[in-house]
Design a protein around this ligand. Sequence first.
Ligand code: HH2
Length: 273
Amino acid sequence: MLLEFAPPVLMGILNVTPDSFSDGGRLTSPAALVGRARGMVAAGARILDVGGESTRPGAEPVDAATELDRVLPAVAALHAAQLGAALSIDTAKAEVAEAALCKGASIVNDVTALGDPRMAEVVARHAAALVVMHLRGAPRTMQDGPIVYDDLLGEVLGALEAAVGKAVAAGVVRERIMVDPGIGFGKTCAHNLELTRRLGELGALGLPIVYGPSRKRFLGELTGRAVDDRERATAAACAAAVLNGAHVLRVHDVAAVRDAVLVAHGVRGVLEE
Ligand code: HH2
């Protein structure tokens, strides 16, 4: 299969957007993109996640044509460069996923967990892998408060289970599905911490767990650091997540996170002996 899950897999973020919250507007040429991707793979990334629509709170949605213009040249350039990492397309649109899968992507990372009714069928037809993520509301408004859950873990688990069921019913191979609690997507700092601490409970689904804290606002709230100075906080969150059962870490700075993740993985191994 595509992924081996020991030790944890690092997924490098490549946002080809003008407005992503921490790295928007930086990867403007295919050469810059491939150079950055090559560095990520050298640092240990085994998945490269290409995104063409920012999901930061308040971001304006983009249409499919704009998103395709951004991601297709990127996926094609990364595929041609043969970097030795799986390519993932971070999109909520089946049309974009399909086009990226045709250009060499093999994973669809859908933050809306199959919000597009055609998405599961596209993933199934291409025999692709799928990440389903929990999202409360829509990206533009998801952090408009108050954000209240009666049962945070119950709601996240239930929504992910429903998405997995939908995917499997459409023909997606269950073993190719990964689940993600959606750190920062309609959650307060306290919710993100609770999800990190109780991440192992998502293991009830029997699927790899993806965890994406990279540079997010809750890390700023905890450390007082600006968005471009949250790599150490990101590494700490990833280490905590690995201790609690995370399999895939979605991060901007792979090199900064790799060692923390490997140490946490070693400690987890000792705990399990
Ligand atoms: N977070 C973001 C985007 N995609 N996918 C998964 N599976 N998990 C996440 O936590 C996740 C995600 C948001 O982060 P980023 O890509 O850095 O920013 P933006 O959405 O502004 O492009």
